[in-house]
Design a protein around this ligand. Structure first.
Ligand code: PLP
Length: 447
């Protein structure tokens, strides 16, 4: 670890004591596997951090980057400048959104895409002469990134506590998920009630003061929480009714995770703005962006909008854009999105089979190639999620825990055989963890 400040560790010289993570140094990767510094091969059930959609070791991406670096390693996109690969990427994104979205802003990460989307929302309302529309409504337990604005918008309490209240005009509503209702009759009713919380909040703040509602179509880092589909039928109607922009955070859901190009398509709604990053380049290079709906673009054009004073030195970076284009080409050529759609029932069934007999397991939520597994326990002295995560590593898989939920998001190229291996190792993990806790604790299961 030397002198890197690791994410989610302390900034002290005694780091190791406070980190409950297995300290890892990953050296190489091929397909769905990575290898650590001791030569241990691990099936990466997280695709890095939800991003290596096409898997590790695709040389075409390296070759594309090399070619672009030789042709033109860098030029900016300020003051009306444009770049060939960045333009092509915009055209491609327009195609992938069925020409519903017509302008794209590029940046370097998901957090910057969220910050940029908020600035775009404010710019839109200012242009329309509605400067009071400033409030951003978000949800508890959401994750939108780590810059100051993205942290404030997000709903992760531990992160927010360290930030303090630096940013005003941000409100949160409850999130639309209760693990104990998954698959039950009451699930729909619950999601409906949670959707109506948005209306309540808008009325409390005054619709004339609210700029946008931002949400992940399904919550990723918060624990893979997939709302009942009724939620995304109601939310867009409320936004329309009160003239609020709907921003979908597609940073995890974009580029195939649910078996569609973007996860709003899976849920069947249309945002006004959406953010993307992660799967855009399959993590091979850092790049993110914001898409703006053509209706908004047309309105701004008609209003003769001012210049949008915003941009990063590396916005639309030509090497990142070339790699993103190649990544999209591979997703198409190898029919990876169709593969996700067709393999996802197998993933869900196998996972269920592997874990459902363990008493520490509650409900499973899964769509496409993500899953969230609820852990049940009633002993605050024990972090069952971390225990599972650490044992998973011993068993040769990478699986994360978010509070009391285990989460999975493997590379989208995963095969049936690899799913079998993943699920068999999850089974072994839970076997070891269960016997460990039942042997030295009087564990009380939570309902
Ligand atoms: C990861 C993530 C972000 C932040 O992206 P970074 O590239 O880490 O800045 C934002 N939103 C969602 C939904 C994410 O999962």
């Amino acid at each position: 670890m030397k002198n890197i400040i690791n994410s989610f560790s302390t900034i002290s010289t005694k780091d190791q004591k406070k980190i409950d993570f297995h300290p890892t140094k990953i050296i190489s990767g091929r397909g769905v596997y990575v290898t650590d510094e001791f030569g241990k091969e691990l099936l990466d059930g997280m695709a890095g951090l939800w991003c290596v959609n096409i898997g590790y070791g695709r040389e075409e991406l390296a070759e594309e980057a090399k070619k672009q670096m030789i042709d033109l390693p860098y030029y900016h996109t300020f003051y009306g400048s444009s770049l060939d690969s960045t333009e092509k990427l915009s055209e491609e994104l327009q195609n992938l959104t069925n020409h519903e979205f017509s302008k794209f802003f590029f940046c370097n990460s998901g957090s910057e895409s969220v910050d940029s989307a908020i600035k775009i929302a404010h710019y839109i309302w200012k242009t329309k002469g509605k400067e009071d529309k400033k409030w951003i409504i978000s949800r508890e337990n959401s994750y939108h990134g780590s810059t100051i604005a993205a942290t404030a918008i997000g709903g992760m309490n531990k992160m927010k506590c360290q930030l303090g209240n630096h940013i005003s005009n941000i409100a949160h509503i409850n999130h639309p998920f209760d693990h104990s209702l998954v698959g039950k009759q009451e699930e729909e009713d619950f999601a409906r009630k949670r959707a109506l919380k948005l209306e309540e909040k808008i009325l409390e703040l005054g619709p004339e003061n609210v700029a946008a509602f931002i949400a992940e179509p399904f919550q990723g880092a918060g624990g893979v929480m997939i709302p009942h589909k009724i939620y995304w039928e109601i939310i867009p109607e409320i936004c329309k009714k009160y003239n609020i922009l709907l921003i979908a955070d597609e940073v995890i859901g974009g580029f195939g995770r649910l078996g569609c190009w973007f996860s709003y398509m899976h849920f069947g709604f249309q945002p006004d703005i959406f953010t993307f990053a992660k799967g855009l380049t399959s993590g091979y290079l850092p790049m993110g962006g914001v898409a703006v709906h053509k209706n908004i673009v047309n309105t701004l054009t008609n209003l003769n909008a001012q210049v949008f004073h915003h941009g990063f030195t590396y916005s639309g970076h030509p090497v990142c854009a070339s790699v993103a284009l190649k990544n999209i080409e591979i997703l198409k050529k190898d029919k990876i999105i169709d593969h996700v759609k067709s393999i996802s029932p197998y993933f869900k069934d196998k996972l269920k089979e592997a874990i459902e007999t363990f008493p520490i397991i509650g409900s499973i939520s899964s769509e496409g190639l993500v899953a969230g597994i609820q852990l049940l326990w009633d002993d605050d002295s024990m972090d069952l999620g971390s225990l599972c995560r650490e044992e998973a590593y011993n068993q040769g898989i990478i699986m994360r825990a978010s509070g009391n939920r285990l989460i999975l998001s493997p590379p989208l190229i995963i095969t049936k055989n690899e799913i079998d291996t993943l699920c068999q190792r999850i089974h072994e993990t839970l076997k070891v963890v269960t016997s460990k806790i039942f042997s030295d604790k009087k564990l009380q299961l939570r309902k």
